[in-house]
Design a protein around this ligand. Structure first.
Ligand SMILES: [Zn+2]
Length: 266
């Protein structure tokens, strides 16, 4: 597989991005670039050099600012199209420069002599999130749906926990040998990874419910301190987004209700 899939990491390491955003180059003769990352000239130059005149198109998994802003300059420089989806509503980390030449839909196929990429719509982290499945290689490019080494942020309103969990289960329908994530290293054991992420999320959800039962109705900040007492204080603003996503799911499930900013069990 390694001779068809190359990974290069953008120099944008940080709290949200780990060592940086991974850009993938698929193929040798007709190259597809997935997630050119942020618009960092040295990274774009690097992609063009490695592509060696053979890059034909750009795909983006979603339009957060660490994944897609490199698409426009790369598309202009090489005169090639970029494909992806637009978000349903609004998101705080939206890259406004991304205007797809064609909108990708679930089930679309992108085929060359060397490889076939199946488009899988996986809303949750973002409403427009796509995973790209390399059919012959049985490798899934997961973007931010599944990351290596860190928990994916689900930030409402564009992020949605229920969709996220559904999109994780959807992946089980595909015959996948490995994940190529948007951050971190290649991952084996896809099924085990999906199950462990799901368990982790449901355990947190159970903790929210337990707390509402024990401590009664609460505002989100009080609940945050109870439910995420194991999380480093620096990460609490991020945890708050995930907590909100959990609460929105529980409201949708009709297990929790919200009145005057106070959450309680239904
Ligand atoms: Zn993202």
């Amino acid at each position: 597989m390694n001779n068809i899939l190359k990974k290069i990491t953008a120099p944008n390491g940080g709290v949200f991005t780990g060592k940086g955003t991974n850009t993938y180059l698929i193929g040798n003769d007709e190259i597809t670039v997935v997630d050119p990352g942020p618009n960092i000239p040295e990274h774009i130059k690097n992609i063009i050099e490695i592509g060696n005149g053979k890059i034909k198109q750009i795909l983006v998994t979603h339009t957060h600012t660490d994944h897609s802003p490199g698409a426009l300059p790369l598309s202009i420089e090489l005169g090639i199209p970029m494909y992806g989806r637009l978000v349903d509503g609004k998101s705080d980390w939206e890259d406004e420069t991304f205007k797809p030449d064609k909108i990708l839909n679930h089930g679309d196929l992108i085929e060359t002599k060397e490889y076939s990429i199946e488009v899988i719509h996986t809303p949750g982290h973002a409403s427009n999130h796509l995973c790209f499945y390399l059919q012959k290689q049985k490798c899934l490019l997961t973007g931010d749906h599944i990351m290596d080494g860190s928990t994916v942020v689900i930030a409402p309103p564009d992020g949605n926990m229920k969709d996220y969990l559904d999109s994780l289960q959807l992946l089980k329908k595909y015959d996948i040998d490995s994940f190529a994530p948007g951050h971190g290293n290649f991952m084996d054991n896809p099924e085990k990874t999906i199950d462990s992420i799901t368990r982790h999320r449901l355990a947190r959800e159970a903790k929210v419910l337990r707390n509402l039962k024990i401590h009664g109705s609460q505002k989100i900040d009080v609940l945050l301190n109870h439910v995420y007492s194991d999380v480093n204080e620096v990460l609490l603003p991020i945890a708050k987004m995930s907590l909100l996503a959990h609460l929105e799911k529980l409201i949708e499930d009709k297990t929790v209700m919200l009145e005057n900013e106070i959450y309680s069990l239904s």
